[in-house]
Design a protein around this ligand. Structure first.
Ligand SMILES: [Zn+2]
Ligand SMILES: [Zn+2]
Length: 243
């Protein structure tokens, strides 16, 4: 009896902590469906040589999580449009123009299950003196791939002190180039349950029926765009703005 009671208390405590953390730092619980942990998510490499080492660092950073691994594989996309591939993430770079954004991550979800994702980093800014630094490249690559795992930002104030994670907006990326313990804890919370189906490596993805337009005028107020695709499907777009 005593054992049962202890277990019940432990479950209650965990649920409370989990709920609080989810509210602060996940994308409404969006996650890849899978039947076992750790699962391995493929990152399609559509980036040029300049970005390869940063993608490798990001992949290693997130693979340090106890619940998932990432594996860099040959890309299937044309970098310019970075079309998604079902069951995995495509990572692209190009000179996308003066769009206002340094990086964009998108996930397509069916209910709360992520079915595919893309990451785009914008060389129109990374080719400039301000952003052409290892610190900026690490922060943005780490953050955008982090979004495709189901993570939100820990903080969206560019001007406050760094939290020591790439999931934190900042004007000085020096100490925000990699995940921190809170990110790994959050991943453990998001992926604490198992599913009866899997979307990792599966063909359950779908192409967008609508793509949101976003404007640099939104920089102060918006970082997330949700597009309802019908039938319980959602496209979520995450933007990190250039200064
Ligand atoms: Zn699930
Ligand atoms: Zn972001």
């Amino acid at each position: 009896m005593r054992k049962v009671l202890t277990l019940a208390l432990a479950v209650t405590a965990f649920a409370t902590i989990g709920g609080t953390a989810l509210a602060s730092h996940s994308w409404n619980g969006y996650h890849w469906a899978r039947t076992a942990n750790p699962f391995t998510l493929k990152l399609g490499d559509n980036v040029t040589a300049t970005w390869d080492s940063y993608l490798a660092t990001t992949s290693a950073d997130w693979t340090a999580s106890s619940v998932l691994n990432t594996a860099i594989v040959s890309g299937s996309a044309k970098p310019r449009n970075c079309r998604p591939t079902s069951g995995r993430v495509e990572v692209c770079n190009a000179t996308y123009g003066n769009t206002g954004w340094l990086g964009v991550a998108q996930i397509w979800a069916s209910g709360s299950h992520i079915t595919q994702g893309v990451v785009k980093v914008n060389d129109s800014y990374f080719d400039t003196a301000k952003y052409n630094t290892p610190a900026w490249r690490n922060l943005v690559m780490c953050q955008e791939v982090g979004h495709t795992l189901g993570l939100d930002h820990q903080d969206e104030d560019f001007d406050n002190a760094n939290l020591g994670t790439c999931m934190d907006y900042t004007n000085d990326p020096s100490t925000n180039q990699h995940p921190n313990k809170h990110d790994y804890d959050q991943l453990e919370t998001i992926y604490a349950h198992l599913d009866s189906t899997t979307t990792v490596g599966s063909s359950t993805g779908f192409l967008p029926d609508a793509v949101p337009s976003f404007s640099p005028a939104d920089r102060v107020s918006r970082s997330t765009y949700r597009t309802d695709l019908g039938e319980g499907r959602t496209l979520v777009t995450y933007v990190i703005w250039a200064d």
